[in-house]
Design a protein around this ligand. Structure first.
Ligand SMILES: Nc1ncnc2c1ncn2[C@@H]1O[C@H](COP(=O)(O)OP(=O)(O)OP(=O)(O)O)[C@@H](O)[C@H]1O
Length: 231
């Protein structure tokens, strides 16, 4: 069976700054990511991992080359198109970015309501089910400040996956967690992603979770220098 890439990157460079301060950050990135893959992106601080992740996520615009995500070309795309593509991507960041004045359930529900396809009651039921899937059925009405770091990150995972996105981008999702919670959180992401058939691209410095990846990409000074495929 021919696998179709859901991300195709060709000759992508990226620069920050203007005039004399202009600095090249990414150099001729070429990459294909396939449906259902779990990919880990590693590399030293400043090597360009987050820049690449935010480009793929439509959070900044490509300046050169070609970047296709979920069959859309992002190079030259208008803000409106980028917003539409972002709705099909789940984001998980190091800081969970939960809204402190909303309960766990309301935080998840908010992501669903952006799609406006469900009634309030239906959205609430789906959000509760998602929190149950991440093992937080007893915490649905808790506020983020009353949850542990690992629990907050689980809520963030529930929020990222509740819309069944085809692509999940995670930037150091375990950085704020102890090793046991970190491991639990990525195993949960991997399990839910395989269940939903979505692709995960995760930036991490955490050597303890490398075994969950199908492929590991190494970045150095803005270049992808090496790829390892897990057996
Ligand atoms: N908005 C920006 N303006 C100017 N320079 C930036 C900007 N964002 C990132 N950079 C620079 O681009 C380079 C790559 O940053 P990036 O955050 O992509 O690296 P990273 O590999 O994710 O690093 P880390 O592991 O520390 O998060 C760094 O030198 C950084 O200082």
């Amino acid at each position: 069976m021919l696998r179709e890439p859901i991300v195709t990157i060709q000759n992508l460079d990226h620069y920050f700054g203007e005039g004399g301060l202009r600095k090249q950050i990414l150099f001729d990135i070429n990459l294909e990511i396939y449906s259902g893959e779990v990919i880990i992106l590693m590399g030293q601080s400043g090597s360009g991992k987050t820049t690449l992740l935010t480009l793929i996520g439509g959070l900044r615009s490509p300046q050169t080359g070609s970047l296709q995500v979920l069959r859309n070309e992002l190079y030259g795309a208008k803000e409106k198109q980028l917003v539409k593509i972002r709705r099909n991507i789940g984001y998980i960041f190091q800081a969970h970015n939960l809204l402190p004045f909303l309960t766990a359930c309301q935080n998840v529900q908010m992501a669903l309501e952006l799609h406006k396809k469900f009634s309030y009651q239906k959205a609430q039921a789906i959000s509760k089910a998602m929190l149950e899937a991440v093992g937080l059925e007893h915490k649905v009405n808790y506020y983020p400040n009353d949850l542990s770091g690992g629990q907050k990150q689980r809520v963030a995972i529930a929020r990222a996956l509740v819309n069944h996105p085809q692509l999940v981008l995670a930037d150091e999702p375990t950085a704020a967690l102890d090793s046991k919670s970190g491991r639990d959180v990525v195993e949960l992401m991997q399990h839910l992603a395989k269940e939903q058939g979505c692709t995960i691209l995760m930036v991490t410095h955490d050597n303890r979770i490398l075994d969950i990846a199908d492929r590991i990409l190494h970045m150095e000074d803005g270049h992808i220098v090496d790829q390892e495929v897990s057996i």
